[in-house]
Write a protein that binds this ligand. Structure first.
Ligand code: SAM
Length: 331
């Protein structure tokens, strides 16, 4: 069972009351809206996750709170005029560097910036990255099993914008490479979905090899969708293509696609879960036309071969190594 808040959220709110008791607060990458709901009326959201945005909307409505304005990355953060910034530490150092570099130029001198997480996830490298982008920074003592990094904006520092920290942006994942090895030519005019596209490696390769195919790139990460769009444009491809941030295939009609390519996530934040993959399988079965195929790669130990037959009448092994299995599931 995932809980929607933790000690780090509580600690962040306590520290905020100490360092910036009034004025607008920029909330960065709020996971389920715990920070923004508590700060409703003062909060402005800036985030990567479409699921985070949906959870915030839902939790605001459940608690009868007014709307919180929310800006997706990579649009610049609405930092102007804020009294403070609070956020959860992102899961990767690359992402932390990206967002602090984007944040820094929008903040007034001396604005306090607070990032928090469970104590075990707060590393010295994160303190150094924040100090380099924002200004003097230090980690606090532990409380509620969490630790914060408190920085103060110093306009004399500010690095160049960094890589966005999107999955697959810097190198092709080994599992995705195996899926592409297994992928044969697609039928003329095929409608192809890159589900959980990250930086778009699977859909880009399919488009290159099949100039008549049309592509839908989707991911719940707005940064991922933006990266896929940028890389598609840079590759000079002429296939019709759309890029949509959404939860799995929420906005895609039934029986509308021929092929779905997918390397499912098995982490949600720091938690390991097969739930997202299962949701992707169910939704793929809905969205594929009869005869259409979901091609999926996973670590062998995740056991997708045992799960897929629940939703697809025919499942075949297309490639396998000691570590990965590529499966084709036909509708
Ligand atoms: C293992 S990565 C694969 C990325 C890319 N397809 C590749 O092969 O390099 C899984 C992707 O699924 C995305 N994802 C996670 N949860 C999702 C959801 N609920 N809906 C859509 N995409 C999701 C992640 O943001 C991540 O980009």
């Amino acid at each position: 069972m995932l809980q929607a808040w933790d000690g780090a959220d509580r600690y962040l709110l306590e520290a905020l009351a100490e360092h910036a008791p009034t004025g607008p607060v920029l909330v960065v990458d709020d996971a389920f809206g715990a920070l923004s709901c508590t700060l409703a009326g003062r909060a402005r959201g800036w985030g990567d996750s479409e699921l985070g945005r949906l959870a915030l909307e839902h939790n605001l409505a459940q608690n009868e709170l007014g709307a919180v304005p929310w800006t997706p990355m990579p649009r610049p953060p609405p930092g102007e005029g804020v009294a403070a910034v609070v956020g959860r530490l992102p899961r990767s150092l690359a992402r932390l560097k990206y967002l602090t570099a984007a944040l820094a130029p929008t903040l007034a001198p001396d604005t306090p910036v607070l990032f928090g997480d469970k104590s075990k996830h707060v590393q010295k490298s994160a303190v150094a990255a924040i100090e380099e982008a924002i200004g003097p920074a230090a980690s606090t003592r532990a409380a509620h099993r969490a630790r914060l990094i408190l920085a103060t904006r110093d306009e004399r520092v500010g690095p160049e914008p960094a890589s966005r920290g999107v999955f697959g942006e810097d190198e092709l994942d080994r599992g995705s490479a195996l899926l592409l090895e297994a992928l044969g030519p697609l039928p003329e005019g095929a409608e192809v979905i890159d589900l959980g596209c990250g930086a778009g490696a699977l859909g880009l390769a399919a488009a290159k090899r099949n100039p008549s195919a049309s592509l839908l790139f989707c991911d719940e990460s707005h940064l991922a969708v933006a990266s896929a769009r940028d890389r598609f444009a840079a590759a000079g491809l002429t296939n019709p293509a759309r890029f949509v941030a959404q939860d799995v295939l929420a906005d895609v009609p039934d029986a509308s696609a021929d092929v779905i390519l997918c390397n499912p996530p098995f982490h949600q934040g720091q938690a390991i879960t097969r739930r997202v993959a299962a949701h992707m399988f169910v939704e793929s079965a809905r969205v594929l036309r009869p005869g259409g195929m979901l091609i999926v790669v996973g670590n062998r130990h995740l056991g997708y071969h045992a799960r897929l037959p629940r939703y697809f009448p025919r499942v075949q092994v297309m490639r396998s190594t000691k570590r990965f299995v590529v499966l084709g599931a036909t509708r």
